[in-house]
Design a protein around this ligand. Structure first.
Ligand code: 5GP
Ligand code: MN
Length: 324
């Protein structure tokens, strides 16, 4: 059983320990990269040894976050033997990846800090705020409760996390505390223009090309409420794109007028990854992702299934139709 912790309890627990490995989820996004790094900077600020591990290392989009260069791909050798594992932004144990699970379990002390309401908890203790737009919102509070002043580097990482997971303060998960946390980051003197330009107003050629290929194959249901498209490994090759260049593509489907459920169907070897978005009309995590063995949030969820793309798509569409 994983005990639920308050912010103060978690801050105290972290303060009493050392030799941290901070773990994020497979296919790390802005929240996973930014929140793990933000926490790592804070622990180091109070003299702790800490390192961030992300499956396959840091995605290119986040490679210039302060400290990103020191991120170790999960499974590779660490500079010290970790004793305390902190899982950040990981909704369930399998999302740590195989190497991540092994590393997590190898530490005598293990906790998770998260914001996925579907998280049932793993490790000894969990700090969960299912309403936080990004887990970074929670990390900002934990850092304050540890008595650590938010440095510019911490703020940079955490702002990127909050901004990306909240759709730059656009998604329904955006709440007053989201702005409060972002405001604390802004007060630490970060360059918001430079940060947001890199995130939202600059795109690699490969990413742009991939977007075109995916959107050229757009499909919608007769009633216009469902939208879907495929992202194949051939498209990645044609665009010279990386797996991570899919980020944000599904939003173009969701943004089509009248669409209430959108899914990007991605070929991943023999598996299929479903990246799903919805309006408030359906809880896409509960109604679609969870029945397929995945998880996520009410308006943004995903699942990775052992089915060919077309079959995976039909399952998702059937669930979405039933829920609408
Ligand atoms: P995305 O579609 O951007 O990959 O993911 C949206 C949300 O769905 C993420 O925040 C994540 O929590 C969840 N998610 C995505 N893929 C998976 C998956 O394969 N399994 C589970 N359990 N959750 C996923
Ligand atoms: Mn997150």
């Amino acid at each position: 059983m994983t005990r639920r912790a308050t912010i103060d309890e978690m801050a105290r627990w972290l303060s009493e320990r050392d030799d941290f490995v901070i773990l994020g989820h497979i296919f790390p996004d802005g929240d996973a990269a930014g929140s793990t790094l933000g926490l790592c900077h804070a622990l180091r600020a109070v003299g702790k040894r800490a390192v961030v591990c992300l499956p396959e290392g840091v995605p290119n989009l986040y490679a210039d976050l302060p400290g990103a260069g020191e991120i170790i791909p999960t499974g590779e050798k660490l500079p010290f033997e970790p004793r305390t594992a902190v899982s950040v932004d990981v909704s369930d144990r399998p999302r740590l990846g195989e190497a991540g699970i092994a590393l997590f379990e190898s530490c005598p002390d293990r906790v998770c800090i998260d914001h996925h309401s579907t998280n049932e908890g793993f490790g000894q203790m969990m700090l969960l705020d299912g309403e936080a737009a990004a887990v970074a919102e929670v990390i900002v509070d934990v850092i304050a409760a540890m008595g650590v002043a938010l440095s510019r580097d911490m703020a940079h990482c955490l702002f990127v996390a909050i901004s990306t997971d909240s759709g730059h303060f656009n998604y329904t998960n955006t709440r007053p505390q989201t702005f409060i946390a972002a405001s604390k980051c802004a007060a630490a003197g970060i360059d918001i223009e430079a940060i947001t330009s890199k995130l939202y107003r600059t795109r690699t050629r490969a990413r742009t090309k991939l977007l075109g290929l995916v959107l050229a194959g757009l499909n919608t249901s007769e009633d216009g409420k469902l939208a879907w498209a495929f992202l194949t490994e051939d498209m990645l090759r044609e665009a010279h794109a990386l797996r991570e260049d899919n980020e944000g593509v599904v939003n173009y489907l969701r943004e089509i007028e009248g669409v209430q459920f959108a899914v990007l169907v991605e070929e991943r070897g023999k598996q299929t990854k479903l990246s799903m978005r919805s309006t408030t009309a359906i809880d896409v995590a509960k109604e679609v992702a969870c029945p397929l063995g995945g998880g996520g949030h009410a308006c943004a969820a995903g699942a990775t299934v052992d089915l060919p793309m077309e079959e995976a798509l039909q399952r998702a569409l059937a669930l979405a139709r039933a829920a609408l």
